[in-house]
Design a protein around this ligand. Structure first.
Ligand code: ATP
Length: 201
């Protein structure tokens, strides 16, 4: 059976309600069948940064999505290890689920870096791109304003306006380090998991 599958990649360090709201909005507005969250092993844009071990990020994702039947998590990039290139992941997913139609979800901030991604031409053959707005990263007024991305990218890209949720994992990590509250920025289960395991302190 053909499934319309949204793939949401990121470091998810930690997953927060901004991510969840984006995934639900894309699922709904595009009429998808499921959303797969894919935590990166090492993001090509965060090389040299010491992040939280993949097992914790994966565990937090599982807790965050457990009540949503159309959300799943894949450890495909953690299993593969090394630097996580989206094109490699999409190639593997395509092989595993040849019938599916894939939509790769990203925030506008990530889209602005797309010029530096590995093999974008192949990537947009394997999946369409769904780009959501994020506070500080609104819809482009004109294509040329954004970047010099080639037409084959634009033809495979859809933009979706999100009600802005100005939440970022970086800020959550900093708040926890300083002992400040992050209540309502994460699901309660993820928040408890962070404290129980002493992450970000
Ligand atoms: P960090 O602050 O550590 O960079 P982050 O909050 O941006 O983390 P990532 O795991 O890097 O989270 O993000 C995964 C994807 O989700 C990216 O494409 C990013 O643009 C998007 N995203 C994250 N937070 C939001 C948000 N609040 N609104 C819209 N998109 C978001």
């Amino acid at each position: 059976m053909l499934l319309k599958t949204g793939v949401f990649g990121g470091t998810f360090d930690p997953v927060h309600i901004g991510h969840l709201a984006v995934a639900e909005r894309v699922y709904c507005d595009l009429g998808l069948d499921r959303i797969v969250f894919v935590p990166a092993s090492v993001s090509p844009f965060k090389l040299g940064e010491v992040g939280t071990p993949g097992e914790h990020r994966l565990a937090m994702l599982k807790l965050a999505i457990k009540d949503n039947p159309h959300f799943t998590v894949s450890d495909i990039e953690l299993q593969r290890g090394g630097t996580s290139y989206t094109v490699d992941t999409m190639e593997m997913l395509r092989e595993r689920y040849p019938q599916d139609e894939f939509y790769f979800i990203m925030g506008m901030d990530s889209f602005l870096e797309l010029g530096g991604w590995k093999d974008v031409k192949r990537l947009v053959e394997l999946c369409q791109l769904v780009v959501v707005t994020r506070p500080g990263y609104e819809l482009p007024q004109e294509q040329k304003e954004l970047s010099t991305l080639p037409p084959y990218v634009w033809q495979r890209t859809r933009f979706l306006e999100m009600p802005g949720l100005d939440i970022a994992a970086t800020e959550i990590r900093e708040r926890i380090k300083k002992g400040r509250s992050v209540r309502y920025l994460l699901t309660p289960e993820v928040e408890s998991y962070i404290y129980e395991n002493g992450i970000y302190r």
